[in-house]
Design a protein around this ligand. Structure first.
Ligand code: MG
Length: 311
């Protein structure tokens, strides 16, 4: 069986936009550093498999993320396709934005935190200070005509702080939108969230005036909840879902091999539900198998394992 039988449900959107994070979020969290040429081939293969939105790389300082130190090189080798508005890059600060602008990109993403501890550990500053840091990044990006996405991490739990109040996530999200971001990505960075929590957070964001259309969800499969949480978000009107081909990117904060929701697992579920994605599952699985060989470890995706016969 190479495809699920399609049985649609009326409470889901007809089409979902998959926001592919494998080349950035995935590879940034893998032990192996892959050459720039492999990265650009990976991105081209993902596009050929039908993925529209692909976050390509990060202009974080190479000291912090050596895996993506070759961001400019990867973008140069992608040429015009790497500068499409559907190829965002992560920028941590104004210096990162400068480098992104030099590369000619047309979309950027910033990476905020819902919690103080993660803001300190990941950004070296408080939530308040990080918003101050992002303000000129978003302003200058918008002035340059770029599309800006704001990630909010640790939205469902924090490894140091434990439970994260919904009001705290809503507040940071609202403030990032007020800075001028075009879209949000609500991240369950350690994968602890469950479906009811997803529904409650989406309601809170709605009450704060944040339209469903601008919300993407970013789930991790650490506790096996990523797909269940995604379907819950779709039932509440979300139509943008982050996923990483092959489930690339372990979870550095939970010491687990299972990190991002695998794009293949998502596509299998959505196609079974009659939700269009534009993605060719077969070629995506081939790409994951190819990348797994380069990383020297099998894909944690159940669908990749089932369809490639490695299980
Ligand atoms: Mg992630």
């Amino acid at each position: 069986m190479r495809l699920p039988m399609t049985v649609p449900r009326s409470d889901l959107p007809g089409r979902v936009t998959i926001y592919e994070v494998g080349p950035r979020d995935g590879l940034q969290n893998e032990q192996t550093v892959v050459p720039a040429a492999v990265k650009s081939e990976f991105i081209e293969r993902l596009a050929a498999a039908g993925l529209t939105w692909i976050e390509t790389t990060s202009f974080v300082h190479p000291t912090w993320v050596p895996q993506l130190a070759d961001a400019a090189e990867v973008l140069a080798s992608l040429g015009e396709s790497g500068r499409a508005h559907t190829r965002p890059v992560l920028v941590p600060n104004e210096r990162g934005l400068d480098r992104a602008l030099e590369s000619g990109v047309r979309s950027v993403a910033i990476f905020g935190s819902a919690t103080e501890t993660f803001a300190q550990r990941n950004l070296g500053r408080s939530v308040e200070e990080s918003l101050d840091m992002f303000a000129p990044v978003v302003r200058r990006a918008k002035e340059a005509g770029l599309w800006v996405r704001a990630y909010v991490s640790m939205c469902f739990g924090d490894p140091w702080e434990g439970e994260v109040p919904i009001s705290q996530v809503v507040d940071v999200s609202r403030r990032l939108m007020d800075l001028g971001a075009d879209a949000l990505s609500i991240g369950d960075t350690i994968g602890v969230g469950t479906a009811g929590h997803v529904a409650a957070l989406l309601e809170g964001l709605g009450d704060a005036g944040i339209a469903r259309e601008v919300i993407g969800v970013h789930f991790h499969d650490t506790y096996g909840q990523a797909l269940a949480n995604t379907l819950e978000a779709l039932r509440h009107g979300v139509t943008v879902v982050d996923a990483s081909t092959g489930g690339l990117g372990g979870c550095p904060y939970a010491k687990s091999a299972t990190g991002n929701l695998a794009t293949e697992d998502l596509v299998w579920a959505l196609h079974g539900l009659g939700v269009e994605t534009g993605v060719d599952l077969e070629s995506l699985v081939e790409t994951s198998t190819w990348m797994a060989a380069r990383l020297g470890r099998p894909s944690p995706s159940r669908v990749v394992r089932a369809l490639s016969g490695t299980d």
